[in-house]
Design a protein around this ligand. Structure first.
Ligand SMILES: Cc1cc2nc3c(=O)[nH]c(=O)nc-3n(C[C@H](O)[C@H](O)[C@H](O)COP(=O)(O)OP(=O)(O)OC[C@H]3O[C@@H](n4cnc5c(N)ncnc54)[C@H](O)[C@@H]3O)c2cc1C
Length: 386
């Protein structure tokens, strides 16, 4: 299933595929059976190789020593990394371009560039138990006190916080009628992990709950200018929603390939399973949905590279996230069915992706929230401007 890509995009695609196949995929079952963790030396080797290949610098501006790849090339990379289960591709951190617009030179030096170099890892603390999907209703507060801010609030599902060096902490500023992001070092007095629930997937990165009580940070830890707080969070959402699309395409491709091989080899009633029309129909639906998903994802990335209108782009990233995550869930459900009982074993890629792909319909804004964004765009701007 070929999509016309530049020579450079094809080279990155091949590089990422080789890395995924050789460094990550062989360790999936081991990770699955060990709470998502691999031996330290393997994790270090995988991280080091990813950094050598340049994956941690793909969205970093050249002016800061990065590769500044077009979004289409970034999607081509993350599509291949998405073929791997157990989030083994999260072994390196990757700064995003908006961080260089949002952060001060000091913040870039102390937090963002160390991510690119593999020296620091971040985690994102936005969601709260009360407002949930309603990001605009966040209740955590930041209050000015001399040259500092005092942060208070409880944050849920802080992915990777168990491995991270610092938080992006989203708060409202009641005294300034504003909201903002803050960079907060892990271990600052007043931060407490209050819960660490188990989730469906088996990842080394956990999603704990954190209580921030009178956490004092210098005002220099505030990110960006007044009025910019939610704008940066929206940039984060656009990037992540597009990359969820990319990773889901990669996962779906691997699932379809494996199911096709299995169905061709598995003998049922004296003939290959693939001869059964019921199985052929499932595989055909999977391949067709993947084709549509890939076209959407790469076109949204191309629109970003063309510099299309930001609101239209935001809407398209929502469409990508909605359609591709839901298509990938339909695909993995069919593929697991093709494998029969074997598909329900944890050593089978379909079983692991069956659990792992489910959260893509929830995090970075649920499917319902994406539908709201799309519907509001349609009603406000009309089909031609979407
Ligand atoms: C594994 C995991 C990791 C996560 N990692 C992070 C992280 O690193 N950082 C972070 O900040 N957050 C993270 N999240 C949080 C995630 O973004 C939220 O779970 C998600 O935005 C939904 O919020 P909620 O769980 O409170 O659901 P709720 O808002 O309570 O929604 C419950 C249901 O109601 C629906 N709903 C809500 N509002 C509306 C509406 N207006 N119209 C129609 N339907 C609606 C939702 O779609 C959903 O089906 C993570 C979540 C999970 C599960």
């Amino acid at each position: 299933m070929k999509i016309e890509l530049s020579r450079s995009a094809l080279e990155w695609q091949a590089k990422a595929r080789k890395y995924a196949d050789e460094y990550l995929q062989p360790h999936e079952v081991e990770a699955e059976l060990n709470g998502g963790c691999l031996p330290d030396d393997i994790t270090k080797r995988n991280k080091q190789r990813a950094i050598e290949l340049g994956f941690s610098a793909i969205d970093v501006p050249k002016s800061h020593g990065g590769l500044e790849l077009p979004m289409v090339e970034q999607v081509a990379i993350w599509e291949q990394l998405g073929r791997v289960t157990n989030a083994l591709s999260w072994c390196f951190s990757e700064p995003q371009e908006w961080m260089f617009e949002a952060c001060s030179e000091e913040q870039i030096k102390n937090y963002i560039l160390p991510m690119m170099l593999g020296e620091k890892k971040d985690c994102y603390a936005i969601t709260e138990s009360g407002p949930g999907s309603d990001v605009a209703g966040i209740e955590a507060t930041a209050s000015k006190d001399g040259d500092d801010y005092i942060l208070n609030g409880e944050k849920w599902y802080v992915t990777s916080a168990n491995l991270a060096d610092f938080f992006w902490f989203q708060a409202q500023l009641p005294d300034e009628n504003d909201d903002a992001l803050f960079l907060v070092d892990q271990g600052t007095a007043g931060i407490e992990m209050t819960d660490n629930p188990l989730f469906s997937h088996t990842y080394a990165a956990h999603h704990p709950t954190y209580q921030f009580t009178n956490v004092r940070v210098p005002a220099s830890q505030r990110v960006g200018e007044s009025g910019d707080g939610m704008a940066y969070t929206r940039s984060w959402f656009r990037h992540e929603r597009l990359m969820i699309g990319a990773r889901s395409c990669g996962a779906a491709a691997r699932l379809i390939e494996d199911a096709t091989t299995f169905a061709s080899e598995r003998m049922v009633g004296g003939e290959p399973l693939s001869e059964k029309q019921a199985i052929q129909f499932m595989l055909a639906d999977c391949a067709t949905e993947l084709w549509a998903a890939r076209l959407m994802t790469f076109e949204a990335a191309a629109a970003s590279d063309r510099g299309d209108d930001l609101k239209a782009l935001h809407n398209r990233c929502s469409m990508v996230k909605l359609f591709v995550s839901e298509a990938a869930n339909r695909i993995v459900d069919r593929v697991l069915q093709v494998f029969g009982g074997r598909g329900y074993m944890r050593e089978n890629v379909a079983e692991r992706f069956f659990r792992e792909l489910r959260v893509d319909r929830i995090w970075e804004g649920t499917s319902e929230i994406q539908r709201l964004i799309i519907a509001r765009n349609l009603l406000k701007r009309g089909l031609d401007e979407m």
